[in-house]
Write a protein of this length. Structure first.
Length: 383
């Protein structure tokens, strides 16, 4: 059977490795970090709190097939994520809902807006802010402008370094306005956290006699691509290569460096059992950091101490910091396509995951995309 090399032991690479291994293929998976789990990597600190050094990761999905697959590798704790926005010192639920409305507007005005929203949009509906901003009813437009300025505008500029209108609509639509009292950040059917963290779950995915895991190895040092062929340590490699790292790096930046947003995290252990009112508080009108996350609120029962992280969004600088978020502008999508064209020249090279596909994806979609790509590759191998 053909050999398989997978670059990157994040959720995309680990899922792919397991699917190949379960079907009897020999898989080598390498990661340049000394850890597996990619950005979902976590560890237990000395107070027993699971800390996520690459930022807060919450699992949620509507994909039963993904939930069933991951459930083979972890027990789950039920967890429903709730986020507050700090608007000029007042903490209100986000996504912006009817409670937020009542907290920020005078009673009569709030009642009036609520009535109009229910009449024009409908109770229990979710509506993208950009759609609300263009509504034919002026009172709704005024309300939308308030929400846009206080929830979206400053936060988006801090997070992306771009004004909201310069980014694809998908970014703004990710957090709709709720015409309801729903206060959960996600409304997906399956909302759980892996009982002992993501690292343990990924470790279980990778625990298979056919999977060889090599950490601390940079693919760039052992793999090379030339004239449609893949080389491993200078020898022709005739198996399948699944690549989940940065696609521009794979092609030696031949078309330039793709733009990303990077992050800087400031962690602090606090001598109290609870630091803030919600697991995550977004600072949408003030401060240089975007949000504060409190890890013990994700899973752990209250401890004597708690760990918080302040998150600062930064420009990505190649070789200086980590590429976290591909920047979803139209021009970047065109830029990325140049690398897709390069990749097409290699029949046995498959791009997968957040970095290689140059697209923000949640963890469930990382798993789902791996499942779908695996089926495609398998069909080709069997032909
Ligand atoms: C701050 C932040 C918060 C997030 N929060 C959530 C959340 O709450 N819920 C959710 O569902 N999703 C969340 N995500 C998304 C989640 O991180 C991704 O879905 C997931 O990381 C995708 O997995 P991946 O394997 O594609 O990429 P990654 O996790 O980035 O893994 C890629 C791996 O490839 C390795 N690699 C790269 N280049 C090379 C190379 N040359 N050689 C060897 N190895 C290499 C890297 O070291 C890395 O381990 C968040 C993302 C960020 C940035």
């Amino acid at each position: 059977m053909k050999k398989v090399i997978i670059v990157g032991a994040g959720l995309s690479g680990a899922t792919m490795a397991r699917l190949f291994a379960d079907d009897g293929y020999e898989v080598t998976i390498i990661d340049k970090r000394d850890t597996y789990g990619g950005n979902a990597y976590d560890y237990k600190d000395r107070n027993g709190i699971i800390v996520q050094p690459y930022g807060p990761h919450i699992f949620h999905t509507n994909e039963k097939v993904v939930f069933d697959f991951l459930s083979r590798f972890t027990e789950w704790d039920k967890y429903e994520h709730r986020v507050l926005a700090n608007i000029k010192g007042k903490l209100v639920p986000v996504p912006f809902n009817l409670t937020s409305l009542e907290m920020l507007f005078a009673k009569d005005k709030a009642e009036r807006i609520k009535e109009i929203l229910i009449k024009e949009i409908g109770l229990d509906k979710k509506v993208p802010i950009l759609k609300l901003k263009e509504h034919e009813n002026k009172e709704i437009r005024d309300f939308a402008e308030f929400v846009y300025q206080n929830i979206f505008y400053f936060y988006t500029k801090k997070q992306w370094g771009f004004k909201p209108e310069e980014l694809g609509e998908a970014v703004m639509n990710r957090v709709p306005v709720y015409v309801s009292y729903e206060d959960r950040y996600f409304t997906d059917e399956y909302q759980y956290m892996p009982q002992n963290g993501f690292t343990e779950m990924v470790s279980n995915i990778l625990r298979h006699p056919k999977i060889q895991l090599k950490l601390g190895r940079d693919a760039g040092k052992v793999l090379s691509l030339k004239d449609g062929e893949i080389y491993l340590k200078g020898q022709l490699f005739e198996g399948e290569l699944i690549y989940t790292g940065c696609v521009d790096e794979l092609f030696n930046y031949c078309h330039g460096v793709l733009p990303y947003r990077s992050l800087k995290f400031k962690f602090k252990t606090k001598k109290c059992s609870s630091y803030q009112k919600a697991a995550v508080v977004n600072f949408t009108t003030s401060h240089r950091f975007t949000r504060i996350s409190e890890f013990s609120k994700f899973t752990c029962p209250p401890q004597k101490k708690t760990v918080i992280v302040k998150e600062y969004s930064k420009k990505f600088k190649k070789d200086k910091n980590i590429p976290y978020y591909p920047i979803p502008t139209e021009s970047n999508a065109i830029f990325y396509q140049k690398y897709v064209e390069e990749a097409k020249k290699y029949k046995h090279l498959h791009l997968l995951g957040r970095l290689a596909n140059y697209k923000y994806i949640n963890m469930d979609i990382a798993v789902k995309n791996a499942m779908e790509l695996y089926e495609k590759i398998k069909d080709n191998l069997e032909d």
